[in-house]
Structures are given as C-alpha cells and as structure tokens.
Design a protein around this ligand. Structure first.
Ligand SMILES: *[C@@H]1O[C@H](CO)[C@@H](O)[C@H](O)[C@H]1NC(C)=O
Ligand SMILES: *[C@@H]1O[C@H](CO)[C@@H](O)[C@H](O)[C@H]1NC(C)=O
Length: 521
C-alpha cells in the first residue's frame, strides 16, 4: 500500500467522523452534582465529535475537550437561590414527603430556576443575538418551560433523560407504557409480581400523576414561561414537540421496556474508562487481599448528615467485618473502627474498577448503580429519595444486591449486619453482578458514539418527523380507544335492547301457539 493511499484513507475516515459541524445549544440549569455530570459529559461528547456547543448552565464545564468551539453562558443567581432553598432542610428529610408533595415542591423550585434563567441578561442577549442553532438539548427534569428555547431558535428539541423510559418522558413521544407492567416512577419495577393489587395501585398513580401534570404542573410552567415570552405557543404543544429522547438506560440496567423509534438507549454514555488510582488509594486497595467495601451516599446527600444514632450503628457493624471500608465522609469521624478509612472525596469510577472491591454501599443514585454494573460489583442500596428506591428495586430483582430503605423500619442495626454478611458471604450476588457486567458491555458500539450519531441524524433529517408515532398527539380517550369502546357498548346495548324485544315477542308467540295447541288437543 502506498503512502499516498494511506493518507487518502486517513482523510476519508477523518471526514466521515467530522462530516458536518453542527451548532448545538444545551440548557441545563439544575445545579445538582449528578445531573451536572450527566449533561456536561453529554456536551463533551458532542464537542469531541467536532460540533460547536453553547451551554447555558449554572456550573462551568471543567476540562473542556478538544474538538468543536465551546461557548459557556453561566446563569447568575441559581446556585444562591438553591442554597437558600436547601438551607434549612436536611435532604434526608425528603424521604418523608409523598410523591405528590414532592412533585409540587419540585415545581416551585424548578419554576424559579426557569424564571432566573429567562431573566438573565446574558441569556436574553443570546436570545436576541440572532444566533442560529441546529438543535436544542435539555434534560427532562421538572423544567418543561425551558422547551421554549427550541421554539425561539426554531430547531429540533433533543431531550436527555437521566433514567430509562419513564412517565416523565413517555408522554413527550407517545411511548407505550401499559400500567399493567410498566411501573410508574413512584412505584418502581413490579414486574416480578403483576398481581391485581399492584397493577391497580400502579394505574391509580399513573392517573393521579397525569392529572397533576396536565392540570397543575404544565399550566404553572406555562405561566412563568409566558411572563417572559408572551407570544410563545402553548406549553402543551411545545411539550410534545420532541425530536429525540436519549435515555441513560440499557437492558443491563433496566427491565425490558418498549421504546418508540425516537427514543434511544445510551445508558452509561457518561462513564469514562477507569484511570490509574492516586498512589495512597492504590496502596490501600492493592494491600487488602481480604477485600474492601466502598461506601458513598453520593454528592447531594452527605454522609455527615446521617443522624447520630444511625451513624453509630453503622460504625459498630462495619467494625466487626474483616474487610476494610473506604467511606466517602465529609468531615472528621474520630471514633471510627480501625478498618474504616474515610476520605472527603473519592474517584468512584476508579475505586470501583479495583479487583479487591467486594461491595458498594450506596444511596442507589443512577450514576452509582450504572457504574457498579459497568464494573460488576454487588450493591447494598440505602435509597433516600427520588429514583433511588426504584434503582435499588431493579438491582434487587436482578439479584446483584440488597436494599435497606432509609427511613423505613427495615433500616436497623440487625438488618444492616445481616445484609452485609449475606452480600459478602453468598457468591450469588457477585456472580449476578458479573453477568450484568457482561450484558452491559455487549453492544455494537460505545453508547456515547450512538448518542452522537442520533443527534446528527435528527439534525440531518430536520427533526426526523418520520420517527414520531401518531399516538403522541392523541388525547387519552382516543389513545386508549375509550371513544370506540363507548360506541361499541352503546351499539351492543341498542342491539340487545331491540334483540331482547324481538326474542321476547318470539317467545310470547311461541308460548301462545303451544298453549293453543294444548287447548285443541
Ligand atoms: C428580572 O431581573 C431584574 C433585575 O435584573 C429584576 O428587577 C426583575 O424583578 C426580574 N424579573 C423577574 C420576573 O424575575
Ligand atoms: C416543532 O419542532 C420543529 C422542529 O423539529 C419546529 O420546526 C417547529 O416550529 C416546532 N413547533 C413549535 C410549535 O414550536
């Protein structure tokens, strides 16, 4: 092969990778740690693929990668507002709120995020700059008012969801989610027990959430959006004008669920291959042949906020184990047992990748459960709020972990000890985790590559309307054929009524004939 030919080949493959450079606007205003990781990793993937990215955000992107041009617009005031909002609350208290209350509480919070964003002078400047974008990317997270950006810039709307197919995103694209087996977010996966009770409960939650969303949440979001954009179309229309939903899920992470053609699963796209550990951690892990338990409650919840009583029993139980424990703990912990080591921060990915890690004690956040699947580590989940409980349920059903719900009567010293011993001594959990790991990695290409492909696809095909199912714009009574059923029932009723009359008449006639015959005999 000549050098010239090789050069040509390289050129062709390069231009195939960087076919077109699109301009993409991402609007991510929630300052929460894990959501920020998910969205900024996604935008980094687009930058690496050579696209120009503008990001309206609350936190700056660190380590901006080589690739397209990057422009950042930081909205002022959201973090301050969020801190003030959180200020008096211990996030562990959220567990006591029911789903309905939490939705309304989130609405207030996020609607104010939206208002601050719309009112920001830099954002207003962008809106009036005449700048053009090929697509707008949002995370679906109580922020429907932000969908107005796709309308302002007149381009396709792409949604990233931190979860799998769920009731927040299904309605945007008309994804089928029969209440008979697809658990609502508030219920979680119940596919192992499809009893009439569970199905009825699920249906009632679906109906309640649907009513809450359409009658209360969307109108409230619309009101705030309209303060700033009075001429925008109704939010209800913008809500379903979605070209593509990228789901942070995969069949290794979720039960098998339906997805329409414009929903694409790219679960784990945010995970980078593991890196070398810092020296001190590497030494600890390398020199612990008896195994190490990694313990972290994520970035939103702080282990230091655990009530004292629970903190104490956790330490008592951990102290009895022969394994070492590496705990992400945000302050000093003076009376801890010798085998418990604490760090304010840990490179979770790289820790989980170490072969001596035997178990992960986690709050069950989606990033954490995804990363453990990537590395094939069993889990003890202590879910507190949000999707954590349903993530934990999935892990339990898949057989590679156990769950002790925070705030429930299950979360006791005795159960904590029993669960740890079961997970550490019964090989079943580790084997199942390794099996899930195999399924996780068995895909035609890396999930970030799939995500980039579909973003480009949707832009190339002007929003790809051919991927949309017709059901997306049907009102519920047409979608569920209620109108047809009513017509059929009414018809049957009429037919039966007249039929009954005919039969009655015939019967009477027959009776008369028979009695007449009897008389004549
Ligand atoms: C928008 O910001 C200005 C200050 O820049 C403030 O006076 C005004 O009240 C804000 N409007 C809303 C609706 O938040
Ligand atoms: C819906 O999205 C398409 C692009 O996919 C856009 O052209 C159209 O204007 C949008 N409709 C509304 C009401 O914003």
């Amino acid at each position: 092969m000549s050098l010239k030919f090789l050069f040509l080949l390289t050129l062709i493959s390069l231009s195939a990778n960087y076919g077109y450079c699109y301009k993409i606007l991402g609007v991510f205003t929630f300052p929460g740690g894990s959501h920020n990781i998910l969205t900024s990793k996604f935008m980094k993937g687009l930058l690496r693929a050579g696209h120009d990215v503008t990001m309206v955000a609350t936190l700056p992107m660190n380590d901006v990668p080589e690739g397209g041009k990057y422009n950042e617009i930081l909205v002022d005031g959201i973090i301050e507002y969020f801190e003030k909002f959180k200020g008096s609350r211990n996030m562990f208290d959220l567990t006591r709120q029911n789903f309905l209350k939490r939705r309304i509480f989130m609405l207030e919070l996020f609607n104010n995020f939206n208002a601050i964003t719309f009112n920001d002078t830099k954002v207003q400047k962008l809106i009036h700059s005449g700048e053009k974008f090929d697509a707008v990317v949002l995370e679906q997270f109580n922020n429907d008012g932000l969908k107005v950006f796709a309308h302002i810039f007149d381009c396709p709307l792409i949604i990233v969801s931190s979860m799998g197919p769920n009731s927040w995103v299904n309605n945007l694209v008309g994804n089928p989610s029969p209440a008979s087996y697809v658990g609502h977010l508030a219920i979680g996966d119940f596919s192992k027990d499809l009893s009439i009770y569970n199905r009825a409960k699920n249906l009632i939650v679906y109906i309640g959430d649907y009513l809450l969303t359409t009658l209360y949440i969307l109108p409230k979001q619309d009101t705030v959006m309209r303060q700033f954009f009075p001429d925008a179309p109704p939010l209800q229309d913008l809500y379903t004008n979605v070209s593509l939903i990228l789901l942070n899920s995969h069949t290794s992470l979720y039960p098998a669920l339906p997805v329409v053609p414009n929903m694409v699963e790219v679960g784990g796209y945010f995970i980078d291959p593991p890196k070398e550990l810092p020296k001190d951690l590497k030494d600890i892990l390398d020199n612990s042949p008896e195994g190490v338990i990694y313990f972290s409650l994520g970035s939103n919840l702080k282990s230091k906020d655990l009530p004292l009583e629970q903190r104490e029993f956790i330490l008592r139980v951990l102290g009895k184990l022969k394994e070492k424990v590496l705990w992400k703990f945000e302050e000093d912990l003076p009376d801890r047992p010798k085998n418990v080591l604490i760090r304010k921060w840990l490179p979770q990915q790289d820790v989980l990748a170490h072969p001596n890690i035997k178990l992960f004690i986690t709050h069950g956040g989606l990033l954490s459960t995804t990363e453990t699947t990537y590395h094939g580590v069993p889990i003890l989940a202590i879910p507190v709020f949000g999707d954590q409980k349903s993530n934990a349920d999935r892990v339990v059903i898949a057989g590679y972990g156990l769950k002790l719900e925070y705030g429930s009567s299950d979360f006791t010293e005795e159960n904590f000890e029993k669960s740890l011993n079961e997970l550490l001594r019964n090989p079943k959990y580790r084997n199942n985790a390794k099996n899930k790991q195999k399924i996780y990695h068995d895909r035609p290409e890396k999930p970030m590559k799939t995500a980039v492909y579909w973003v480009e696809y949707v832009i190339r095909h002007k929003g790809a309307p051919h991927l949309r199912v017709a059901g997306v714009n049907l009102p519920w009574y047409k979608y569920y054929m209620v109108d047809v059923l009513v017509v059929i029932l009414l018809t049957l009723l009429v037919v039966c009524k007249t039929g009954k009359c005919v039969v009655q008449k015939l019967f009477r006639k027959l009776k008369r004939t028979v009695s007449n015959e009897k008389k004549t005999n």
